[in-house]
Design a protein around this ligand. Structure first.
Ligand code: ZN
Length: 293
């Protein structure tokens, strides 16, 4: 059943933001690894007790975000979708992602640009789907799909080597490039005047976050640069499946330094709760304040 918590919305300047949640938060040990109950309790003014379980495992959801500005709708990450992956158990249920997008007032035809923060299976799945005749077609027929060039290069090699994390690129990425529907771009590509890719390598080599910059404030869609708000306070905590853990930690530390100079709205791709929260500066450093649902 669809509830309001699946589609929280926000706004920065002229850019409106809608989160489309595919999966409800569940305990996900290892994302990040090494957490205990004490890890979370140390930051109890920012970390809600509903965001971890009694064993100290983080709760993670899965969401895409739609940024809308000047009549352009940009979808960032398309979640798991329905494509099976060799070596992994089949998904028990069909993805609710596109249905929830429609419930938020956006048909697939309304999306103009699709960005994948990286090419792991849980971020590309609804890029395409299978048509009645068995062909693979773009789910968002009017969109240009943007893929980071270095990420695509790495993901092809990784998929060929049998890495199941890249097990959807053959159906969710390659057909779009072959059909001329996708474009390879650099890690700092600008999408609109207010929306640009932000290089955040480490989790994967070509991983990007998406930054919104306006006169009224800024926002960042994390992708898997961090999986849980606890990593705002413990940026050295790494998740499983980080291609380069040291680089991933350096990326988080550098971003936190950048954000110390201004408040930023964080849009957490895997964050539990509303997934949207303000990182506010205070006398002790900063705190994470989830937006009300
Ligand atoms: Zn992910």
């Amino acid at each position: 059943m669809l509830t309001r918590s699946h589609i929280p919305a926000s706004r920065v300047g002229h850019v409106s933001i809608i989160r489309i949640e595919e999966a409800d938060p569940v305990p996900t040990p290892g994302f990040p690894a090494g957490t205990t109950l004490d890890t979370y309790r140390r930051y109890s003014d920012s970390i809600d007790p509903r965001w971890y379980d009694s064993d100290g495992a983080p709760l993670l959801g899965m969401s895409g975000f739609v940024l809308s500005t000047g009549g352009v709708n940009v979808l960032v990450d398309t979640c798991n979708g329905d494509w099976p992956v060799a070596g992994l158990p089949p998904q028990p249920e069909a993805s609710p992602f596109v249905g929830r997008l429609r419930a938020a007032g956006l048909a697939p035809e309304d999306i103009h640009v699709v960005v994948n923060t990286h090419l792991h299976l849980d971020h590309v799945g609804c890029n395409t789907h299978e048509a009645a005749d068995g062909s693979v077609v773009a789910t968002f027929p009017n969109a240009e799909y943007l893929f980071v060039d270095t990420e695509w290069e790495w993901a092809q090699q990784s998929a060929a080597a049998g890495n199941p994390s890249c097990g959807r690129v053959d159906r969710a990425v390659a057909p779009l490039l072959e059909a001329g529907r996708g474009r390879l771009v650099s890690m700092d590509h600008r999408v609109t005047d207010e929306i640009a890719l932000l290089p955040t390598p480490g989790h994967t080599p070509g991983h990007v976050s998406v930054e919104v910059t306006t006169d009224a404030g800024s926002a960042v869609i994390t992708g898997d640069m961090m999986h849980h708000p606890i990593q705002l306070f413990e940026p050295g905590l790494c998740s499983l499946f980080e291609e380069d853990s040291d680089e991933a930690a350096r990326t988080r530390i550098a971003l936190l330094e950048r954000w110390r100079r201004r408040d930023v709205l964080l849009l957490g791709t895997h964050f539990p709760g509303s997934g949207i929260g303000l990182l506010e500066q205070d006398a002790r450093g900063f705190r994470y304040a989830e937006t009300a649902l």
